[in-house]
Ligand binder design. Structure first.
Ligand code: NAP
Length: 423
């Protein structure tokens, strides 16, 4: 494909899909990888993370050929639009990409650039591994107990954006339909109203839960917890739980996956769980938020509808030291777009002070997806060593008097040095 403003690298080979059904990729040692630096602190952390990813690739005998693509402010400067088609097409075509945070412009006509990208590319699972790195200050007594992976459904729920604004003709039509045609009292209160719809489909719920169970099996995890609010939203959140349990019951051998019956919790039943089976269970979202803190080590993999996933994964991130170190990635069929949990933090932008660890560790996820586990482990170990040795950015320095506060670029240089030492 030829591009208008994107400059493809002179060298490099494209990652290709080899098996449509399994999403298996053929990854060369010199892949072309699109990168969006992003807005705000993205301009600081993007180039810093890129250096670290380059160093880890080189240390394991590979070379990344970066292809910068544009979204957000950088796209407005060049194309006069927020998300150019050729950015989406470049990511679609190259299959594996990484991005920094994007600010959602006010009044842009859509909810968020991030949501638009995830939905357009059908990146249906947002995956966030939350694990503790030695040396990171945390508010918890035993932060090392956290080693959890959250799978958040990425394409529907209230993020589908089916909402009507108070005071419009449309919202009054919806209200009339709900009250007159469907026979519900839409609210106890008169006056202006906003109405939203929460769609949850069998297809999207099942493919997300399937992804989480497959991950648990492949990575020797013990449990998959379906987290929802089905006691109140029975036909959306509750359905998510029911469909998820159907996947566990119907699509796997009993020896491989054990679908926990409700009675396990309600009546404290004794049940025989096959020794190596992954146990799939359901928990209510409100209770889960406290268990995550009080019984952290009991949970392995969580699978959730979109909004629960948003709240819960940020809360889990706080337990291991906050947004500066919380990585993530979006996955679709044969596709990965890695991105940190944090946003563009405008008040810290352009000051060479933000923590690039979250983006570096998102790069680790991308490498793992590409089958470059050795390079991914190097990034993780080098980031941990850098922090544990006491070289940290401002966010961690605030909570660690013994550490030396360095800039984003100095921190990245130290991580590169540690990659060289560890390889
Ligand atoms: P945010 O950008 O994540 O930042 C909130 C605060 O978290 C920052 O002010 C900073 O705290 C801390 N922080 C975040 N990233 C950090 C890093 N790498 N290093 C050190 N500290 C970090 O959240 P927000 O202010 O709510 O959102 C700003 C914009 O980002 C919004 O437009 C939002 O829509 C967008 N956003 C984008 C994404 C994405 O692209 N995936 C995700 C979330 C939000 P202190 O200043 O207190 O140190």
């Amino acid at each position: 494909m030829s591009y208008e403003h994107i400059e493809p690298p002179e060298e490099g080979t494209k990652i290709e899909l080899t098996d449509e059904e399994t999403g298996e990729l053929s990854v060369p040692n010199d892949p072309v990888i699109p990168i969006i630096h992003g807005d705000g602190i993205g301009k600081d952390v993007g180039p810093a993370a890129q250096k670290v990813l380059d160093a880890a690739a080189e240390a394991t005998g590979r070379q990344i050929n970066w292809m910068e693509v544009y979204a957000g402010q950088s796209a407005r400067d060049i194309y006069d639009e927020n998300l150019p088609d050729e950015t989406v097409e470049a990511i679609r075509e190259h299959r594996v990409a990484i991005k920094g945070p994007l600010t959602t412009p006010v009044g842009a006509g859509f909810r968020s650039l991030n949501v638009a990208l995830r939905q357009t590319l059908d990146l249906f699972a947002n995956v966030r591994p939350t694990y503790y790195l030695d040396g990171v200050p945390s508010p918890m007594k035993a932060p090392e107990e956290m080693d959890m992976v959250t799978f958040r459904e990425n394409t529907e729920d209230v993020y589908a954006g089916i909402e009507w604004e108070a005071g419009t003709e449309d919202v009054e039509k919806v209200r009339e339909f709900v009250e007159e045609e469907m026979g519900f009292d839409s609210t106890m209160h008169d006056g202006p109203i906003g109405i939203g719809i929460k769609p949850i489909t069998e297809f999207a719920s099942k493919r997300l839960v399937r992804e989480a169970i497959d991950y648990a099996i492949e990575n020797d995890r013990d449990t998959v917890t379906l987290v929802h609010k089905g006691n109140i939203m029975k036909f959306t959140e509750g359905q998510f739980g029911d469909w998820g349990m159907e996947v566990a019951e119907e699509e796997y051998d009993d020896e491989e996956v054990f679908a926990a019956p409700d009675s396990l919790w309600e009546e404290q039943d004794e049940v025989d769980i096959p020794e190596d089976a992954v146990m799939v269970e359901e928990r209510l979202a409100d209770a889960m938020l406290q268990w995550m803190q009080l019984r952290t080590d009991e949970f392995d993999v969580l699978a959730m509808p979109n909004l629960n996933g948003d709240y819960l994964s940020d809360a889990a991130g706080a337990q291991i030291g906050g947004l500066g170190v919380a990585p993530g990635a979006n996955f679709g069929a044969g596709r990965c777009l890695a991105e940190p949990v944090h946003g563009s933090a405008p008040k810290r932008a352009g000051q060479n002070q933000a923590n690039p660890s979250a983006l570096m560790l998102s790069g680790r996820l991308m490498f793992e997806y590409m089958g470059w586990e050795d390079a991914g482990t190097l990034i993780r170990d080098a980031v941990e060593k850098t922090i544990d040795d006491g070289t940290v950015t401002y966010d961690l320095a605030r909570q660690r008097e013994d550490a030396e506060k360095v800039s984003t670029t100095e921190y990245a240089e130290k991580v590169v040095e540690n990659i060289e030492k560890l390889s």
